[in-house]
Design a protein around this ligand. Structure first.
Ligand code: KIV
Ligand code: ZN
Length: 388
């Protein structure tokens, strides 16, 4: 089994399905360029048959992106698949991603089709797509809630028709990491030709476990593609957050043993771009890209980090594209952090007594003000009671 983990970004398709996150063609192009800078393997640029605007946006992305595979979603029918191919044809490398639901609930209530009809439609659509391109992904929508033996039959059949990637979504974010991982593993074991395709996971975040589920799908299940979005954007509670899975796999390479091609130094710019474009604010305590992700406020932590960063940092701020970590001065800060900030500001107090006096003033102020900024410190040391 390969040691490479494929990062399939769907910010521009599933991410855009987030209510209020719809993007113009220009906005999509800007994000696609950033995704290419991030070196994502596959960019799902949209759903070509959904609107003329999306078709044009995918076409424009296919024309400019050189290093990533460009993909369009398509329902399992010839019209959608042809439309996807028409939008993608100009790309250096392109993929058709076709899907149909396989859970009993979706087949009966939504599609109003029998399992046998779904199976036949899945096969026919992959066959049709394979005549247009060699790179065909098949997704079993609501795969995780599907009856596993039926799902295995569908997977085996579409691999026989030439599907090169098989994606098993947890469409409604119902999975639990260990159960999802085992589901993917058992499913692969039930599919006799499973090693002819790359297995992929696509997890939604309704119970806040999209990242954990995706990682379990990889570690326990043997999947080698993760579908994700920047900032975890997506339907309802969103998708698996790209920055989180990527940093987890990189930081814990000892555990996962997999390579990811992402240029992590582009993560912060990507996060900010998506946030500014959609107006979706990133919460301050969001892992990896939140404003506080690399900030230290407690005196004990600040002291530790100033002595050795590994004491309280498992990743470097610089690795995700920030210039440095952040020592937030406030009432919990200690003398060491305060002294360090004085040095950074070029303030050279003459004696330890002066530093002590300034530190006492700083503590007084910090009890009244939640964060102390550089201007506060400059004003504070200019006070006669410190330097006289
Ligand atoms: O969540 C889902 O099931 C999807 C599929 C269309 C891949 O987004
Ligand atoms: Zn989805």
């Amino acid at each position: 089994m390969t040691d490479k983990l494929i990062i399939f970004d769907t910010t521009l398709r599933d991410g855009e399905q987030s209510p209020g996150a719809s993007m113009t063609r220009e906005e999509k192009l800007r994000i696609a360029r950033q995704l290419e800078r991030l070196k994502v393997d596959v960019i799902e640029a949209g759903f070509a048959a959904s609107s003329n605007g999306d078709f044009e946006a995918i076409k424009a992305i296919a024309d400019i992106i050189k290093d990533s595979t460009v993909c369009s979603l398509a329902r399992a029918n010839d019209r959608d698949i042809s439309r996807a191919a028409d939008a993608l044809r100009g790309a250096n490398a392109w993929r058709i991603h076709t899907f149909i639901a396989t859970s009993a609930l979706h087949m009966e209530k939504k599609l109003r089709m029998s399992p046998e009809q779904v199976l036949e439609q899945a096969k026919a659509s992959v066959r049709f797509a394979r005549n247009l391109t060699a790179d065909v992904e098949f997704s079993a929508e609501d795969g995780y809630r599907s009856e596993i033996d039926f799902l295995a039959r569908v997977c085996e059949a579409v691999i026989n028709e030439g599907a090169t990637t098989i994606n098993i979504p947890d469409t409604v974010g119902y999975a639990i990491p260990e159960l999802y991982g085992n589901f993917i593993r058992t499913l692969r074991e039930k599919v006799p030709n499973s090693d002819k395709a790359i297995w992929s996971v696509h997890c939604h975040n309704d119970l806040g476990m999209a990242v954990a589920n995706s990682l379990a799908g990889v570690k326990i299940g043997g999947a080698r593609q993760i579908e994700c979005t920047i900032n975890g954007l997506g339907e309802r509670a969103g998708n698996c957050a790209m920055e989180e899975v990527v940093m987890a796999v990189k930081t814990r390479r000892d555990y996962f043993g997999l390579d990811v091609g992402i240029d992590t130094q582009q993560i912060m710019s990507g996060s900010r771009l998506v946030s500014q474009t959609t107006g979706f604010v990133v919460q301050p305590n969001k892992a990896v890209v939140g404003a506080n992700a690399f900030a230290h406020a407690s005196g004990i932590h600040q002291d530790g980090v100033l002595k050795a960063r590994d004491t309280y940092e498992i990743m470097r701020a610089e690795d995700v594209g920030l210039s440095a970590n952040k020592i937030v001065l406030g009432k919990l800060s200690g003398r060491n952090a305060f002294k360090q900030r004085l040095q950074e500001l070029g303030i050279d107090l003459d004696s330890e007594a002066e530093i002590n006096a300034a530190f006492a003033k700083f503590k007084e102020l910090a009890d009244r003000k939640s964060e102390i900024f550089d201007e506060d410190i400059i004003a504070l040391v200019g006070d006669d009671s410190v330097t006289s």
